[in-house]
Design a binder for this molecule. Sequence first.
Ligand code: ATP
Ligand code: MG
Length: 585
Amino acid sequence: MRLSRYLIPTLRDAPSDADNVSAKLMQRAGLIRKVAAGLYDWLPVGLRVVKKVEKIVREEMDRIGGQEVWLPVVQPKELWEETGRWKIYGKELLRLKDRKNGEFCFAPTAEEVITDLVRREIRSWRQLPAMFYQFGLKFRDEIRPRFGVMRAREFLMKDAYSFHVDDADAGAYYEQVYQAYQKVFTRCGLRFKPVEAQSGAIGGSYSHEFMVLAETGEETVVACKACSYGANLERAECTAPAAQPQDAPAKLEEVHTPNMGSVAEVAKALDMSPVKFFKTQLYMADGVPLMALVRGDHELNEPKLARAAGAAMLDRCSETQYMGIAGCEVGFAGPVNLPRWKNPQGQMITVRIIADLALQGVANGVSGANRRDYHLKGINAGRDFQADAFADIRSATPADPCPRCGGAVEFTKGIEVGHTFKLGTKYSKAMNAAYLDAQQKSQIMVMGCYGIGVTRVVAAAIEQNHDDNGIKWPVALAPFTVVIIPVETDDAAVKEAAETLYKGLWDRGVETLLDDRAERPGVRFKDADLVGYPLRVVVSKKTLAEGEVEFKRRDGATPERIKLDAIEDRLFDWAQPVPAPPVAA
Ligand code: ATP
Ligand code: MG
């Protein structure tokens, strides 16, 4: 491409509402333009990057037997009602009506549609396993679209769905997808980490998220420094601390703690460590009260609590609900002498208590007395209250050991670019996707689903690879690998050398941009750094006089001189992206 005939509208300043590095750089470098909240135009140079990601993903999906399909973005309500998701998806689902008043949604994902296709077309165990994937536009009416295309409302996703005769086959295939994802992100030239994850609205029992590591990431990743363990903070396991020598049980005693509602205040007043505190929080779990206890120096982890409680909906209690359940304000509630709760039907119910594993080691602890301005000290679980369960319900800290090997962990930030789920029969059962087994018996298929946020990968690559001057594309994702800048655009020899190199590189498949604009060289150098082409060649009268051109890598090295007759071969070699890892046997 010749830049004089190609639209890369670079900007000196980012629009004021661009709220992270990639959103700023993608607009400044002319990759995208904002149309409305969470909706973007992809300009030619931006789309080239999307296509690069798409190509890598497609190749790796094909290598594990994926069959590419194309599913509708506008999907009928009836299918979404079969799984109950028409109701539970909530406001993220954009709903529309057609001219006949038929109700539809704009696809946020496609489990229903693909399961419907498969139940109609696949009948026999002989046709399984099967994996179908697509590159499809998704729309999610995110509460807070932000960070440019990273959390957009409309975005491009590769979504894949696999169907199996049983759990064992689905599990074995999950491993293959996991390996394919490793190849995808390796080939993209990104630093990443797969982590164990909590499955959200899509559901399923087991899942991994693939995180591109970047300081600006929204997610906290707990990674073991010694082994391969990695987990999302929502999920990272905490082990119970080793048993400590116990103090002899003390007498339960009420202490006056006027206006002291926080662990820190009470700990100071009583001159005790927060480690001795049963920190108390009340929730409504599927409409029933639940008391959660964690150690005073720990943080409660709501996704873990929801799992431990087996609750689909977990809501923090309001001040009024605290009064109704514990008879006191937030900050003074505790597990001892907890009143029974009257449910809306008028029945008296014992409030369920789930305590964190770390509390098993606390003797003579402190907690609220269920009475304003009072706490209790000398609390011993078992003697003074009964926990219904001790479970892992707190967030890991950097001081926690790795739950697998006991090694030290580190906390890093990441951007979720891919997600794999073992779905089990959640959708196939609801939609009756069945096959006939070898005995002609009908069986429900077992499913998996696997997403990659193609457009989010583009933004994540920038978050990970940039400097003050602009983007630093990994070769595999660069919109053009080489940019040639002829300094004197009106000089015949300079022009000819630049054109010859340009044509030669294209003939050998190296995607090259010729910046032939009649702009000052300084402007063109700045643009080249901003858009971030990995390799830059400057052709000038001065260097040509010595039979040379100037070459510079975007990733930092200082410019070097290279012989004109050697440059094409050198560029060809450097332009090769990370090779694909070998295909598994
Ligand atoms: P998140 O927790 O970030 O909202 P999710 O769990 O809702 O993600 P999935 O439903 O697993 O995401 O979707 C698969 C992939 O699609 C994600 O891994 C992510 O890369 C991408 N994705 C999800 N939501 C968005 C969005 N609003 N904008 C761009 N990409 C997205
Ligand atoms: Mg989401």
